[in-house]
Design a protein around this ligand. Sequence first.
Ligand code: CS2
Length: 503
Amino acid sequence: MNIKQETIPLNEENLHRLPPDVARPTYQRSDLKTGIIHVGVGGFHRSHEAYYTDLLMGDGDSQADSKAWGICGIGLREPDRRIASVLEKQDYLYTLIIRHPDGKIENRVIGSLIDFMMGIDDPGAVIDRMASPDTKIVSLTITEGGYNLDAATGEFDINHPDAQHDLINPEQPKLVFGYLTAALQKRRQQGLPPFTIQSCDNIQHNGDLTRRVVLEFARHQDEELAKWIETNVAFPNAMVDRITPVTTNDDIEYLENEFGLADEWPVTCEPFCQWVIEDQFVNGRPEWEKVGAQFVPDVTPYEKMKLRLLNAGHSVLGLLGSVYGHETIDGCVSDELFATYLRRFMDVEATPVLDAVEGIDLAAYKDTLIERFGNPNIKDQLARICLESSSKLPVFLVPTIRENLAKDGSIRFAALVIAAWCYYSDRQVDQHGKELDIVDDKKAELHEAAAGTSKDPLSFLKITSVFGDLAQSQRFTEVYAEMVNALYRNPDVSVLMREALRA
Ligand code: CS2
């Protein structure tokens, strides 16, 4: 039993008081310059980019060069105020709790984050910081919704009130794109080199998407600026990966009980970590390859592999598991039926339409995925996985179905996932009647379409912004309609999962 020690609040001054099992920065944080401005300091940024950068400054490289890459976080919205105040109180330090499947835990205080600013409090100060010659990279984790796309056209939604506001008030922007163009305008006027804009979102060709929306927005502001950005700014594509569940009170209590460490907002993650980046930076970059990142000429096969196996696998378990009554990903994987179903989906539907990735053994990748999902110490809630399914499934799952339809491949494992999603959106309960908390920008639309299933079994499938023209495929709709009807008769989804496995 641990004897209750005196609690040590996490901050710079107390670092030397931490017990030896808690790793901490081995470099002088006060020597760091801010080379990276990061918008969207959620758990994922803190387990991934900030982690790689911390590794580089500590174990990876003791040279002066890595000292140029301190990170300043930016919060643009009012809900970011909580993380802002926690980080400020803790001198921007936080603990990363890396939980291995065998129970081993690595605890590491991350020091690469050295400042934080709230855009709404002083937009001019954030623009100036981005425009500072020290800033070489502005990176983003703003989620799919942050790219402000018009659902119907897929283009940047210039009619959004915030976009209109930013056009009229370029010095007081609300959208990240307003900040980026205002800062780039300053750099251009001052004859400074641009910065690289690096998306860290889990989106296919995240750099290309960012380029497109930044340019679309800039063209509405100033055609010349848009041209300058097009010629001078780089937007590298990247595949990012590390499972990072939502921080819980247990994580906070664990640090306090084990080490007497008071950290108000630690981050928990798995040991696995991957970052594959196209090497297109216009103003230098950290040597992240020294600490495990991969720089490649073309990220396409890596991102496809990840989105269609890992993320789609998550959605398969998330939606079927939610209707069944499971709560976490590891809970699903320890259920043999779910584990078998997942593997068959990956082998029979996802893999046959993937490109080979040089140097990657897909069979081994899938084995590792199942191990990662099964990590019993990462209690990744299905509620997190099912968040915003309407922007995830069109990328994770629908392309696999479409490509299998084109080559007469199997579609039944994916079809059942969509049938389960329909039931979930309509009834919003699991098979036992327990309420499911659905969080989705399109929640109302999904619900309305799903509620029409008893009259028209294809009602849900007719949401074209999610499924495209899938409702036109006779082969798909036959399989799907039978499944959705059966699920409404008996919501025990395991019966249909077994049937799909037998077919
Ligand atoms: C998950 C991802 O949100 C989801 O649906 O699949 O957050 C996943 O955990 C990460 O992409 C892992 O890198």
